[in-house]
Design a protein around this ligand. Sequence first.
Ligand SMILES: [Zn+2]
Length: 240
Amino acid sequence: MDQLEEFKEIIKNSDNIVFFGGAGVSTESGIPDFRSKDGLYNQKYDYPPETILSHTFFVNNTKEFYKFYKDKLNAIKYEPNVTHIKLAELEKEGKLKAVVTQNIDGLHQKAGSKNVFELHGSIYRNYCTKCKKFYGPEIIFDDDAKEIPLCPDCGGLIKPDVVLYEEGLDDETITGAIMAIANCDTLIVGGTSLTVYPASGLIRYFRGKNLVLINRDSTPYDNMATLVIHESLGKVFSNI
Ligand SMILES: [Zn+2]
């Protein structure tokens, strides 16, 4: 049986699927990959992106942070691709129980997914660092938004609900992701090389039957997987 047929068969016979996705899920929507050669890290700016996207930089150089953030991380104009759409359909059918993602672009929810664990947060949520009130993306990304967004209620500094360098992951999100992975019977991992924390650690909680890895390049977990497909996610998901 060829790999795509085998993948279809696994999906058909599973009703407790979890999808774990990395940057590769979003690049097929046209969103640049943080770590790829022509991604954010190699584009010219005054500081390297990993410096700008750090907690210290946010606190000390807030204006510069927001200049970069608005310029490079505004993904609200992007649309879900076939992978996001098929995953949302599988959830609707009751087969898929959760999506765990390292992306912050909200595309799974835009495609209709409900149970999404966003390990690194979302550009769609922002909160006042003083009164903790939450705001949507417009307070940052609107054309007439201020250079440094401030809370209309209390004047406090608004921060994106995105995990910056030097910051820890949200406990509730990480626990939810671990529970979903530990309890599923099929784990599909796509668009990640599985070399970066927390992806590498989370996979270890899987105790189910089918581990499916879909990635263009090989990963350190290829030899543990039930099925490995070195192919683009879009090609694989447009086939199911
Ligand atoms: Zn406030």
